[in-house]
Design a binder for this molecule. Structure first.
Ligand SMILES: [Zn+2]
Length: 231
């Protein structure tokens, strides 16, 4: 995405004009034409916005991006192939067969599991080497959030959990998820990683943690909460 270029000036926090192909400060988002004049703007990864401009701008920009991405991917009716039109609400409708669609959000669950003052952290094979975090996964069709949590933990590290409690949630627009965070306790079983998604996992005390995620994510807030209660 693009933010205004300001050499030698610290970016203001909470930018309200993060933008777009228009380079005019209007809060819409569209893809840039090949020959767009980018003078005065610089490209940054969407993830970097949190650090550069703060939480509100990060959320605003990612919402605009998600809308653009959804519109781009919902041009035709999935039922009959006719070009879709905007509906009266925030959905789109097929003028031929009447099929209606709405923006797609994929719920995911994330959980900090604790066992006797230690927290379960795992290394996902997609993480940088040495980085550990709490476990997460997408909710399947027909599952409750709690069922998804139990299944993910069982599949990835082979243990059973209990005392599941809601912690917090976070829009996670990479690409269009809603992360729902929980805390839970170990109930039974010993760690046995699946060897595919998770290649290493262990119980860690607060004074002996491995490298953990930065402060953007709810995963870090879960770990920080554990540290606060156990140090
Ligand atoms: Zn249709």
């Amino acid at each position: 995405m693009l933010i205004p270029e300001m050499d030698g000036i610290e970016l203001p926090r909470e930018l309200d004009y993060i933008s777009t192909g228009e380079v005019d400060g209007v809060g819409t988002w569209r893809e840039l034409p090949e020959d767009a004049d980018l003078k005065g703007w610089r490209a940054v990864p969407r993830r970097a916005l949190w650090e550069l401009t703060g939480e509100i701008s990060f959320a605003k920009a990612n919402r605009l991006y998600a809308e653009m991405d959804w519109r781009k991917n919902s041009r035709f009716c999935g039922r009959c192939g006719t070009p879709m039109e905007d509906g009266e609400d925030n959905g789109r409708a097929c003028p031929k067969c009447g099929y209606r669609i709405y923006p797609i959000i994929s719920p995911a669950v994330i959980v900090a599991v604790e066992r006797e003052n230690r927290i379960l952290l795992a290394h996902n094979s997609a993480f940088p080497s040495g980085r550990y975090s709490v476990l997460a996964g997408f909710v399947d069709l027909g599952e409750s959030l709690e069922e998804a949590l139990r299944r993910e933990i069982r599949e990835e590290v082979g243990i059973e959990i209990s005392d599941i409690r809601y912690f917090d949630s976070q829009s996670w627009p990479f690409p269009r998820s809603l992360m729902v965070a929980f805390q839970a306790r170990w109930a039974s079983g010993e760690i046995e990683v699946d060897g595919k998604e998770i290649d290493s996992a262990d119980w860690f005390a607060s004074e002996d943690l491995p490298e953990i995620p930065g402060s953007v994510s709810v995963s870090r807030r879960l770990i920080d909460d554990f540290i606060k209660r156990n140090s």
